[in-house]
Every structure is written in C-alpha cells, then in structure tokens.
Design a protein around this ligand. Structure first.
Ligand code: R5P
Length: 309
C-alpha cells in the first residue's frame, strides 16, 4: 500500500521533510475560503488506495480544524485506505480541567473531534501536565514524540556550560530530561498564572551557577510572559543573559517583542511551528515514529484504528 503525504499551509516545510525521509508521494490539497468565510477543500491528486498522512500543525486551531476534518472525511469518501494526522504542535491541550465552574474542558472535546475523523495521530511533546498520556483523551492510537534528544543535541553543540532552567513546575519533565541528556545541571522556578498574559515567577537562588550559561527551556512559548519573566529573574541575579529554548514557538501578538525586551542572548525553537526562531529540526525524529506506526498499519481498512466515523 503506498503512502501519500498531504500538507496543510504553514506545515509545508515539515511535511516536505517527512515526505523526503519516507520517500512518500505528495498529494496536493486545495484549501481556500469562500467570500463568506466558509472553507473549500479539494484533493488535486487522487487519494484512492493510499495510506494518507495529513500534516497540519495545530497552532491557531480554530482557523484550521474544520478544514482539517473536512479533508480527513473526504479522503475516506475518495477511497483512502487509512487517514492519519501528523500535528507537530497539538493545540487544545492546556485546558485539561474545569478550573472554574461552567468552563469547557476543551482538550477532551478537541480530542473527540480528531479521534472521530482520523485513524491515528502523531505529535511532538503535547502539553501533558495533569494527563499522563494522550490515550487518556484520544481514542485512536496517538504517539507523543519527544523533542528532547534534538533539544539536548542543539544545546550541547551551541551552549557552553549550560544550566537548564525550567520556568515552572510543568516544565520540570522537559528540563530534567534535556539536562540529563546534555550532562548539565537543572533548576526549576515556580510560577503562578494570574491571567492569560500575566504570570508571577519565583526563582531559587542561582548564585552557585554563576559561570554557567542559563538555558530557559519550556514546551510552549505563547504570550512569552513565562519565558520573559524567567529571563528577568535570571538576569537580576547577575547570571549571564540566558538562551531561550522552546519546543513550540506560538509567539502570539506581541510575544516576540516582549521576550526580546527581557534581554535573552538568543531565542531558539524547534520547527513544529514555522517561525523565524526555528533552529532545531525535529522532522527526522517524527519521520522515524511515522515509519514505525505505518508499518503496524499495513492492510488495515478505514476505521480499523478505532476512529468513530
Ligand atoms: C504552561 O504552563 C506551559 O508549559 C508554558 O509555560 C506556557 O504555555 C507558556 O505560556 P505563555 O508564553 O503565554 O506564558
């Protein structure tokens, strides 16, 4: 069964990396908006008898999700034997409980939508904090690829004497793993979120780490308030200007400017979301997982992966 890869806009470079590694055929998709804002979706090449991989990174998910679901369902109607999703960044993972009465737990609702349309999912470092694994909310096979080896390799090659700093308790999982992989010490700060764009961060004393290069490491840089305040807490203790490393650089609104103003030495992200800060390529790690997953799915029929069509 042949594998075909179809990439949504803003995931082209990542999709091309996967396609080259898997030697898969490209399938072009046309997606445009009608004047009233509704989506028009059309496969330019046939998808019949293909195991179709749709690559769509899910930052700004509200703008993409509906077209993505249309694309998955259309591929089945047109005879694709399987339809999987590679979402290098998986949105809607942070609202994972009802923090206030009446709130929607959107991580679950979004997982239900994706699980209902796709046979499987691969993503990179999803924001699993209160959830232990994607399987708790996704009913299809869902693989979480770790970017840590790529982050650690980049840090080892580019930063002298690194001290890995997690800006909050949620980042401890990444900070500890990356620090171990590049044989560096790590510390974790403590964060209280006051609002969407307001956080408070308390840092432990860092005086014993003078002489190290701090590397603030987080999974997501969204408003960048977390990263910016962590940078300030480090600089005010007299350490060198830190290098900021994020797996997923969303950089909403004024985020990049806010982070620059805090005075980091450098801002670096992986290529799960296209951005000028991309310096760490995780597409080959994803390609390896994708190859392994596709090998387990040869011969399965549509819907056989648990998708609720
Ligand atoms: C949540 O705690 C995440 O790990 C990040 O720290 C958070 O998403 C960053 O958000 P922002 O850039 O808006 O401060």
């Amino acid at each position: 069964m042949s594998v075909a890869i179809c990439t949504f806009p803003a995931s082209d470079a990542f999709g091309e990396g996967l396609r080259a590694e898997l030697r898969a055929s490209p399938v072009e998709i046309e997606w445009r908006r009608f004047p009233d804002g509704e989506s028009y979706v059309r496969y330019v090449e046939p998808v019949r008898d293909n195991n179709l991989v749709i690559v769509c990174t899910l930052n700004d998910p509200d703008s993409k999700a509906l077209a993505l679901l249309f694309a998955a369902r259309t591929a089945r109607e047109l005879g694709a034997v399987g339809v999987g999703l590679v979402a290098p960044y998986l949105g809607y993972m942070r609202q994972d409980r009802r923090f206030r009465d009446g709130e929607a737990v959107t991580s679950i609702h979004f997982a239900n939508l994706i699980s209902g349309a796709f046979d499987w999912l691969i993503t990179v470092d999803p924001h699993l904090h209160r959830r232990g694994s994607l399987a708790e909310i996704y009913s299809i096979p869902a693989v979480a690829v770790s970017a840590s080896p790529a982050l650690a390799a980049w840090i080892a090659a580019n930063v002298a004497k690194p001290l890995i700093v997690g800006p909050d308790s949620e980042s401890e999982q990444w900070a500890a793993e990356v620090a171990a992989a590049c044989d560096a010490p790590h510390v974790v700060m403590s964060k209280t979120r006051i609002g969407d764009r307001q956080v408070q961060i308390d840092a432990p004393s860092l005086s014993r780490w003078k002489g190290h290069t701090p590397v603030v490491l987080d999974d997501i840089i969204s408003s960048a308030r977390t990263m910016a305040l962590a940078v300030r807490r480090i600089v005010e203790q007299g350490l060198a200007a830190p290098v900021c490393v994020g797996v997923h650089g969303i950089f909403s609104a004024d985020a990049l400017q806010t982070l620059f103003e805090a005075g980091p030495a450098r801002i670096v992200t992986s290529n799960t979301i296209e951005h000028q800060s991309n310096a760490i390529d995780v597409s080959s790690i994803v390609a390896g997982e994708l190859q392994a997953l596709l090998a387990t799915r040869v011969g399965r029929r549509p819907g056989g992966g648990g998708g609720k069509l």
